[in-house]
Design a protein around this ligand. Structure first.
Ligand SMILES: NC(=O)c1ccc[n+]([C@@H]2O[C@H](COP(=O)([O-])OP(=O)(O)OC[C@H]3O[C@@H](n4cnc5c(N)ncnc54)[C@H](O)[C@@H]3O)[C@@H](O)[C@H]2O)c1
Length: 376
């Protein structure tokens, strides 16, 4: 049967970082044209694709068919956060050496944020740096981790503590890949989409609220392409102002300090995904700002109503993690953004406007967390 649907055109967004500028190409079906997308990025035909077992099982054949004209070396690692380790990094570097790659070859990071962070960091240090391209496969990585050049692994002292700022040559975002993503992972990514509406673009939040959000969760391709474009444009604009997080880039952490405390409390074993923690963390940031008289309650209510309408994780789902307010406060104090023992929070003035509070009052935060526990 002939497919009479109008093909959805891909969108191109430039990230403006001087000589480290690059394009993000977004649209359905781009993986099938990956060879074309990579044209001109590497003087040689050799490519190392770093991926995880799940993504390889689901989409590896499409990628390998697309790159059949290239000399492609596949590096397939187990899936999961635990892979962001020094041991796994060394394994990947050994694979690159065994394949005899050099600095004119290309690394392709094909997976979610874990693969993007790991492959990007490997590319940044292999022979002092080789070019890499991100092909993100989760919604979270398509709107967040593939853009902005942060790469990292974890160690026993914490998450993302060993890493580099290293920009990709290009980001190729195929929205069709999201069709195989588990709903929980999709929603975790949607929290980050929502974040862009809350931190800087109230019109985008209005659109999400009046149907766009649900269409994204229903995987409507036009809506996905549009929302990923808006999200990446917002992130790119902030990164262009502050590539190495000395100032405004911290705004991207809306909901992350509260969320980080919940993640630590849950114990990083899959009980609470990062994006789920961000969803609840953003609601907490709005509620806290209302308590402090910084934000109108109607804005916090709108956020809570949207989270409920889209069945996103909320404070009311977190009773099991809120029982120890003092422990949560300590976890919040361990966040990388904190300076000299002061608590840094990203707080809203209204939907679409946030600011960096560098000296949040610990007592007020503790009172707020205690109140949440008592209401839970
Ligand atoms: N560098 C940054 O700026 C930045 C920003 C945010 C998050 N991160 C990092 O990103 C990581 C989280 O990323 P994530 O949420 O993408 O997690 P992930 O990479 O672990 O992917 C989640 C799960 O989905 C699977 N998966 C990936 N694509 C799939 C697909 N198309 N279909 C079915 N399953 C698929 C993966 O195998 C994995 O099991 C964390 O390590 C976090 O620290 C980095």
């Amino acid at each position: 049967m002939i497919d009479t649907r109008t093909p959805i055109p891909s969108q191109v967004l430039g990230v403006d970082l001087g000589d480290r500028s690059y394009d993000i190409v977004i649209g359905p079906g781009l993986l099938r044209n990956l060879n074309q997308q990579l044209e001109g990025l590497s003087p040689t035909a050799r490519i190392a694709v770093i991926t995880d077992e799940t993504v390889h099982t689901l989409h590896g054949a499409t990628l390998e068919a697309a790159l059949s004209e290239r000399q492609t070396h596949m590096i397939i690692r187990p899936a999961g956060e635990a892979q962001k380790s020094l041991a796994n990094l060394e394994e990947i570097l050994n694979n690159l050496f065994n394949a005899g790659l050099n600095r004119s070859d290309l690394v392709v990071a094909f997976g979610g944020g874990v693969i993007g962070d790991l492959a990007g960091f490997a590319a940044s240090i292999y022979k002092r740096g080789m070019p890499f391209v991100q092909v993100p496969t989760t919604l979270l990585s398509q709107v967040d981790s593939s853009v902005g050049g942060k790469t990292a692994i974890n160690n026993r002292f914490g998450k993302n503590l060993i890493g580099a700022f290293y920009q990709p040559q290009k980001v190729v975002t195929d929205t069709e890949l999201l069709r195989t993503l588990p709903v929980r992972e999709l929603k975790a990514g949607y929290a980050e989409v929502l974040k862009y509406g809350l931190l800087g673009d109230s019109r985008f939040f209005n659109q999400l609220e009046s149907g766009l959000g649900q269409r994204i969760l229903d995987l409507d391709e036009v809506s996905l392409t549009e929302a990923i474009h808006v999200s990446c444009a917002t992130k790119a604009k902030i990164v262009a102002q502050d590539e190495r997080e000395g100032g405004v880039r911290a705004l991207l952490n809306l909901g992350h300090t509260f969320g980080h405390a919940l993640e630590l409390q849950a114990g990083y074993d899959g009980d609470l995904l990062h994006g789920e923690a961000v969803s609840v963390g953003m609601e907490m940031a709005f509620r806290f700002a209302v308590e402090q008289g910084l934000c109108d309650a109607t804005d916090a209510d709108r956020l809570t109503a949207h989270l409920a309408a889209t069945q996103m994780p909320r404070i009311s789902d977190m009773a099991h993690l809120l029982h120890d307010p003092a422990a949560l406060l300590i976890h919040m104090g361990q966040d990388k953004k904190n300076d000299n023992g002061h608590l840094t929070l990203i707080l809203p003035r209204r939907i679409g406007e946030t600011f960096i509070e560098k000296r949040a009052d610990r007592e007020s935060v503790l009172r707020f967390l205690t109140q949440l526990r008592d209401e839970a």
